[in-house]
Design a protein around this ligand. Sequence first.
Ligand code: ATP
Ligand code: MG
Ligand code: MG
Length: 565
Amino acid sequence: PERRFGGSPGDAAHHAAGPMDPAKIRTRFPPEPNGYLHIGHAKSICLNFGLARDYGGACHLRFDDTNPEKEEQEFVDAIKDMVQWLGWRWEHAGHTNLYQASDYFGFMYRAAEALIEDGLAYVDEQSAEAMRLNRGDFTTPGTNSPFRDRSAAENLARFREMRDGKHPDGAMVLRAKIDMASPNINLRDPALYRIKHAEHHATGNTWCIYPMYTFAHPIEDALERITHSICTLEFEDQRPFYDWLLGHLARLGLLAQPLPHQYEFGRLNLSYVVTSKRKLKQLVDEGHVKGWDDPRMPTLVGLRRRGYTPESIRAMVEGTGVTKTNSWLDYSVLEGCLRADLEGRAPRAMAVLDPLKLELTNFAEVFGSADFRDPCHAPAHPHHPELGERQFSFGRELWIEREDFAEVPPKGYHRLYPGNKVRLKAGHVIECTGCTKNDAGEIVSVQATVVPDTKSGTPGADAIKVKGVITWVAAHEAVPAELRLFDRLFTEAQPDGGGKDFLEALNPNSLRVVQGFVEPALASAAAGSHWQFERHGYFVADRIDHQAGRAVFNRTTTLKDTWAP
Ligand code: ATP
Ligand code: MG
Ligand code: MG
């Protein structure tokens, strides 16, 4: 099979110690390109690339593409994109450490033949059902296959027939010959190769047999001279096979010392979402969400579209540490990391999510004309004057939040109600005089008067003390915007816990789209730019749908923690 990536360590490179960069330690992130990366993968990425960075090492990005039917180039590209987005690079000391398991299919095949010749592997023609039954379980030892004692020559001939396409899928498998009575079920003659007449996204139709993950993975690590092969806890029982296989291949002269070692760590799970590629795929395929990058998805493409920054994701996974137990992290921790990241750097802006018209009935009197535009400004960030000022203007008609007016104020309400004065943020003080209703009795507009000489930042502006400050956008320049507001995707913290059908816990109200208004400067907001809309939270200009003439913002998170149970 052809090599698609330069500098990959094939068999020859391995024997010749290969043209590799100098590294004190070598780790790898080995995704299977069968879906998009999720927040759990971010943990593994940051752990592996972080260790390499901290200890003078290199981290390889390796596509574990041994399962042809589920893998696609689309996923390969998306994974590369996301590792880079998180801030990591697989180039090290002038070498491109980008690999794919399928580059080693030739070596793996020869390794399998060497095991057969050494009496350590055999072709088993039992049915899948018989194989399962004969494996035994935790209390019962397994039973030897009737094909277990065939000669090496016979096994070799059979295995070559498998390779040459002489047998259909499932007719036989190559198995390691270890111990059917081992207390570790993973050592009861695990399968090494299976027949699969399937086209592979990288090797095409070159092969109709494919190595099993448990056989392929240790070899990939050894050929790339990985020192620390870090995987999740469920692989702990695989470690004896990992060592068995590499030990024998080294003894047979196919691999050189030092051999890699496997280490396990706990998975990271996030509450109120699922982090299994299979379940995420189901959400996409069945249309419960709008795609892998739906902002409600815990995929990295989804989190990015939602407005999470690489910094916030790295801070979150680094904050969880590396443990020997699987951890459940509350979604609010991720939100907290985003707030901590954006608080100091996201520019501020005003947005009205639930618009109600406000009319200033004495406007023409105070400013000389109903069409007057009174220029206003506010800092882009309250603590960073160097970020400059936003310009907007004040006019006779404004948009305010519907919740900022009450005909009959509840106790402690300091916003607009007849007879009360409030300050328009970065603008004037106004006094509410009443409201207008339609035939159905719904409030359609609020009336108020401007109090002269109260504009923020002008001498004497503070002469009148008010208890309430409200946000607003002038109707003459407000930019209509689609605002996408999200809630949890699931109503239960562990939607797939306890064998439940996770779809039953889907939140039917996880997306609310509202038409609002934003400040004029936001008409030119770059897609993907982050903003703090005062009092409403952190928003991002949608990286796909936000365009000139169509403003679309996603709320990443509210300003305060509203998720806490
Ligand atoms: P999934 O169960 O979502 O399909 P996976 O482990 O099968 O995930 P891979 O593509 O094989 O998916 O994962 C690549 C690497 O990411 C593996 O080393 C795996 O251990 C690690 N990983 C996957 N999920 C998590 C998680 N939730 N927490 C930490 N590491 C993870
Ligand atoms: Mg996997
Ligand atoms: Mg999996």
